[in-house]
Design a protein around this ligand. Structure first.
Ligand SMILES: [Zn+2]
Ligand SMILES: [Zn+2]
Ligand SMILES: [Zn+2]
Ligand SMILES: [Zn+2]
Ligand SMILES: [Zn+2]
Ligand SMILES: [Zn+2]
Length: 418
């Protein structure tokens, strides 16, 4: 048996690589589940700030219901399940009126409907403006999608309205430099963001105006269009004052390309938002009358910097505006994915420590000799396994005879010791 690796084009990985992979997958799963053990239906916790949600296409093919982790495992085992990652402000629907005769095994006494739950085409297993499933059976190579932090839909990079995906702020390794993404449609709801300094935006090489404005009108109708005078540096309103009629007619507004736009990220550290103390003050970070002075901009995909939510003004006027727009969650720390994952990581650490703890306490109960026996046994097993792997030709499959041989060798070793 040759010990050197024969490169026959087959993918082979070492045990270490394999274990790392398993660990990574476990971490990923834990991050999505947010420390939920998946044992109890989360219905009793009410509308949770954020939780992993699943849709069952077997029970509710219309995509008008979502269930919690525990229900997806216990009640919808072997059903056709769509993983929706996490959703905000959601209450488990399992077994309610949407499920007909079907009863929840974990918590059957639910209200007929959860009126505050929001559903989109994700619940039918469809994503993005192109309305495709993921993974897409018609596509050979699946590409990762980006989630909008407002509507929580997922988007293909090439469908978010950018001319090139190079405009997405990413480092050289392709890791995102932005904390949140806001899709075209949702950007219309938060054009007030344009009043904030460049620190709000994740730095990108270049931003150009998008051409999609179709959804602006309803949202923006009652907002006057003049630009405020106190924010010349943000560039967006520095040139012209787009009127709301222009918005519908002129999709490539000069107001975007005319100014410095979002392209630098650090060129002008200015008073708004850069001073954390401002946040707690009742004075609006955006100036006196800015809430009524929000410029109207064509929709465009937005990439927000790390901690952008902390920068958002919490004055009474702004809070009112968020509530009117039903986006109050933006100033709720627990809403953000970053925060959710932070909590999930903490719970994971605790869980791992507990596991380690219970292994140790098992050993503690044993006498010294027994302890050494077990530890030696593990070491022997590892040794034998390593020897086997080192001598193993990776182009061959492991057979039961091989495994048998390992244990045989181990047994011989033991006999020698005794
Ligand atoms: Zn449930
Ligand atoms: Zn089901
Ligand atoms: Zn259930
Ligand atoms: Zn798409
Ligand atoms: Zn969106
Ligand atoms: Zn304010």
């Amino acid at each position: 048996m040759a010990s050197e690796t024969v490169d026959d084009g087959e993918q082979t990985i070492t045990i270490k690589e394999y274990l790392n992979e398993v660990e990574e997958e476990e971490l990923e799963a834990d991050l999505v589940l947010g420390g939920d053990e998946g044992k109890e239906c989360t219905y009793t916790k009410g509308y949770m700030k954020r939780q992993a949600i699943f849709s069952c296409l077997t029970c509710t093919p219309e995509g008008n219901a979502g269930v919690c982790t525990a229900c997806s495992l216990s009640c919808h085992d072997s059903h056709e399940i769509v993983e929706l990652w996490t959703k905000r402000n959601f209450k488990c629907d399992c077994g309610n009126s949407k499920f007909g005769e079907f009863f929840c095994k974990l918590f059957p006494s639910k209200d007929v409907e959860n009126v505050d739950n929001l559903y989109n085409h994700n619940f039918k297993g469809l994503y993005c403006t192109c309305n495709r499933p993921y993974p897409d059976p018609d596509v050979e190579e699946q590409v990762e999608m980006i989630q909008c932090c407002m509507c929580e839909d997922w988007f293909h990079e090439e469908h978010i309205g950018l001319e090139s995906s190079n405009e997405i702020p990413r480092d050289e390794e392709g890791e995102p430099l932005y904390e949140d993404f806001i899709c075209n449609a949702c950007s219309a709801v938060c054009s007030f963001l344009s009043l904030y300094p460049p620190t709000m935006w994740a730095a990108v090489v270049q931003h150009s105006g998008s051409t999609n404005t179709k959804k602006d009108k309803d949202v923006m109708q009652d907002i006057p269009s003049a630009c405020g005078s106190e924010k010349p540096e943000n560039g967006i309103c520095s040139g012209s004052s787009p009127k709301k009629d222009d918005l519908m007619a002129d999709t490539k507004s000069e107001s975007l390309s005319g100014g410095k736009g979002f392209d630098t990220g650090e060129s002008s550290e200015k008073k708004v938002g850069s001073n954390k103390d401002d946040i707690s003050h009742t004075k609006c970070l955006l100036g006196e009358n800015l809430v009524s002075d929000i410029p109207i901009l064509p929709s465009k995909p937005l990439f927000l910097s790390k901690n952008w939510r902390d920068i958002l003004c919490r004055c009474e006027k702004c809070l009112d505006m968020y509530n009117q727009k039903h986006i109050g969650y933006l100033v709720d720390k627990e809403d953000s994915i970053a925060e959710y994952e932070k909590t999930a990581k903490q719970k994971r650490e605790e869980k791992l420590q507990q596991q380690e703890g219970s292994e140790l306490s098992f050993l503690d109960k044993l006498g010294h000799v027994e302890k050494m026996e077990i530890l030696n046994g593990i070491a022997d097993m590892k040794d034998e396994f390593r020897t086997f792997l080192e001598s193993f030709d990776p182009s061959n499959a492991v057979t039961s005879a091989d495994v048998h041989q390992i244990f045989e060798n181990l047994a011989k070793k033991r006999r020698r010791v005794e």
